[in-house]
Design a protein around this ligand. Structure first.
Ligand code: HEM
Ligand SMILES: *[C@@H]1O[C@H](CO)[C@@H](O)[C@H](O)[C@H]1NC(C)=O
Ligand SMILES: *[C@@H]1O[C@H](CO)[C@@H](O)[C@H](O)[C@H]1NC(C)=O
Length: 475
C-alpha cells in the first residue's frame, strides 16, 4: 500500500470511528440521561418495534428502566429520544406545549397523515382547525347525534345476533366508520361504488410498522392505502362542489363554505388532510377500544353483572321501556364511565406520544439538548404499580373517587394539555351507547381469537370472533 492510499484508509477509519463515537456520545452542555443510542443510524428502532403479547409496561421500556432508572436516552427512527416514566415529566411536557415543546411525530407519520394534519400544525392555523373540529364533536353536536349512534349500535348488534359468530374488530370498525363518514361527508357505503373503508384498512395494517418504503413492506402498503383514500376524498369533495346544496349539513359543506370565504386561511389540501385524519382517528381507535371492552366483559363476569345492572336500571326507570336513550340517562352512567376509563387505561391504544424540545432544558439533574425528541409513554404510566395498584387487574371500581385525587396526572390515554384528544367525548358516547345496547339486549360468547399483540400498536392478529345472541332467546 502506498503512503497516499494508507493515509486515505487511515482517514476513513478515523472519521468512522469518530462518527460512531459521536453517535454513541451525543454532544450535550451538561449530563445526558443514561442509556444507549444503539447501532449507528438504526439506533434501537428494531427493539422498539419488536412484537410482544404483554399488556404490561412495554418490555423495551421496562428493561431500560431497570438498567438506567426512570429517565433514559435512546435513538428511534433516526431521532435522539428521551423516554421517562416519571408522571411529573409527562405532565411537564404536556403543559409546556408550544413553549418548550412542540408536537412532532416521526417523518413517516407525517408522510402517512399528510404534512398538514392537525397533529403537525402549530399556532394560528392549528387553533382554527381545532375549533372547527371541537365544534363538530362538541356536546351540542353529540346531543344531536345520540339517537343516531344508538340506532346504529342496535341495528348492527341485531344483525350480528343472526350470525353464527362475528369478528368484532372489523365489524365495529365498519360500524364506527359508517357513522363518522356520514357525519363528516354524508358518505353512504351502500350507495357508493367505491369502498372508502377498504382503502383505510389497507392503510392501517402498516401504520405502526417499520418505516421502509419498498414494495412488499407493510409501510409501503400503508402509503398506497393513503393515496387511494385521499383520491377518493378528493373526488367526493369535487362532486359536492359541483352540486351545490341549500343547507349546510355536514363537514364538507362547512369546508366548502369556508373555502369560498374571502381571506380564508383554509386550503383544499389542508381540508382533505384533516378529513383523512379525522376519519382515521375516529374509527380505528374506537373500534379497538370497543373490541377490548367486550373482551374484558367476557373475561370478568362480575364486571359484566355490575354493568348490566346499571343499564337495566336505566331502562326500568323509563316510562316507556322502548323509548331511546336520553342525554340525561347517558350522563347518569356512573359505573359505565369508570369501566370506560379502566378500558382506556389497560388498552393503551396510543402507545407513544412524541414531542420535540424547542430549547435545551434540565430535568432531575440531566440536560436534554434542543432538538431532541421526548417520548411520553402512556402504557408505562398506566401499568406502573406506583400509580395503579395491581395494574394488570381489570378493575373499573378503582376509579371511584379518583376525580378528586388528581388522577389526571396518571391518566393520559387521550393525551394532555393543549393537544388533548378532541374526540374523547365522541368516543365515550359511542362506547357507552354500544355497551347499553349490548348488555341490555344481548349476551356474548367468545368463539375464537382475541389474542393481542403490541408492535407497539395494539393488534388482534386472529381477530376476535364472538357469538352474539338475544337474551330472551334460549340457546
Ligand atoms: C379510544 C379512542 C381514542 C384514543 C385512545 C385517542 C387518543 C388520542 C391521544 C393520546 C391524542 C394526543 C396525541 C398527542 O398529544 O400527540 C389524541 C389526539 C387527537 N385525537 Fe384522539 N383518541 C381517540 C379517539 C378519537 C376520535 C373518536 C377522534 C375523532 C373525532 C379523535 C381525534 C383526535 C384528533 C384530531 C387529535 C389531535 C388533537 C391535537 O393535536 O390537538 N380521537 N387522541
Ligand atoms: C415479550 O417480552 C418479554 C419480556 O421482555 C419476553 O420475555 C418475551 O419473550 C417477549 N416476547 C413475546 C412474544 O411475548
Ligand atoms: C376518568 O379519568 C379522567 C382523567 O383522570 C377523570 O377526569 C374522570 O373523572 C375519570 N372518570 C371516572 C368516572 O372516574
Amino acid at each position: 500500500m502506498g503512503p497516499v492510499a494508507f493515509f486515505i484508509v487511515a482517514l476513513v477509519v478515523v472519521s468512522i470511528t469518530h462518527w460512531v463515537y459521536r453517535w454513541r456520545n451525543p454532544r450535550c452542555n451538561g449530563q445526558l440521561p443514561p442509556g444507549s443510542m444503539g447501532l449507528p443510524l438504526l439506533g434501537e428502532t428494531l427493539q422498539f418495534f419488536a412484537p410482544n403479547t404483554s399488556s404490561d409496561i412495554p418490555p423495551f421500556i421496562k428493561k431500560r428502566i431497570d438498567r438506567y432508572g426512570p429517565v433514559f436516552r435512546t435513538s428511534l427512527v433516526g431521532r435522539s429520544v428521551i423516554i421517562s416514566i416519571d408522571p411529573d415529566f409527562s405532565y411537564f411536557v404536556f403543559q409546556q406545549e408550544g413553549k418548550l415543546f412542540k408536537s412532532s411525530y416521526p417523518d413517516t407519520f407525517t408522510q402517512i397523515f399528510g404534512r398538514q394534519n392537525v397533529g403537525s400544525l402549530h399556532g394560528f392555523m392549528y387553533k382554527y382547525l381545532k375549533n372547527m373540529v371541537l365544534n363538530l364533536f362538541g356536546p351540542e353536536s353529540l346531543k344531536k347525534m345520540l339517537p343516531e349512534v344508538e340506532e346504529a349500535a342496535c341495528r348492527n348488534l341485531k344483525r350480528w345476533s343472526s350470525q353464527e359468530s362475528v369478528e368484532l374488530k372489523d365489524s365495529t370498525a365498519s360500524m364506527i366508520f359508517a357513522l363518522t363518514a356520514k357525519k363528516l361527508i354524508s358518505y353512504d357505503q351502500e350507495k357508493s361504488s367505491d369502498n372508502l373503508r377498504e382503502s383505510f384498512v389497507a392503510f392501517i395494517s402498516g401504520l405502526i410498522s417499520f418505516p421502509l418504503d419498498i414494495p412488499g413492506t407493510a409501510y409501503h402498503k400503508c402509503l398506497q392505502g393513503r393515496k387511494k383514500a385521499m383520491g377518493m376524498l378528493k373526488n367526493l369533495l369535487q362532486e359536492r362542489r359541483a352540486k351545490s346544496r341549500e343547507q349546510q349539513s355536514d363537514f364538507f359543506d362547512y369546508v366548502l363554505e369556508e373555502l369560498g370565504r374571502e381571506g380564508t386561511i383554509l386550503t383544499e389540501a389542508i381540508a382533505l388532510d384533516l378529513m383523512f385524519v379525522l376519519l382515521f382517528a375516529s374509527f380505528e381507535t374506537t373500534s379497538l377500544a370497543i373490541t377490548m371492552a367486550t373482551k374484558f366483559l367476557l373475561e370478568n363476569p362480575l364486571v359484566l353483572k355490575e354493568l348490566t345492572e346499571e343499564h337495566e336500571a336505566i331502562v326500568r326507570r323509563r316510562e316507556n321501556t322502548n323509548s331511546g336513550l336520553t342525554w340525561k340517562e347517558y350522563k347518569s352512567m356512573t359505573f359505565t364511565f369508570q369501566f370506560i376509563n379502566e378500558t382506556a387505561r389497560m388498552t393503551n391504544i396510543v402507545p407513544a406520544i412524541f414531542r420535540k424540545a424547542l430549547k435545551e432544558f434540565k430535568f432531575k439533574g440531566y440536560t436534554i439538548p434542543a432538538g431532541w425528541t421526548v417520548l411520553v409513554s402512556p402504557p408505562a404510566i398506566h401499568m406502573n404499580p406506583a400509580n395503579y395498584k395491581d395494574p394488570l387487574h381489570f378493575n373499573p371500581r378503582r376509579w371511584e373517587g379518583m376525580e378528586s385525587n388528581g388522577a389526571s396526572k396518571h391518566f393520559m390515554a387521550f393525551g394532555g394539555g393543549m393537544r388533548f384528544c378532541v374526540g374523547t367525548d365522541f368516543f365515550k358516547m359511542q362506547m357507552a351507547v354500544f355497551l347499553h345496547c349490548l348488555v341490555t339486549k344481548y349476551r356474548g360468547k367468545a368463539i375464537k381469537g382475541g389474542e393481542i399483540v403490541r408492535t407497539p400498536g395494539l393488534q388482534f392478529p386472529n381477530g376476535f370472533h364472538v357469538q352474539i345472541s338475544e337474551k330472551n332467546e334460549l340457546k
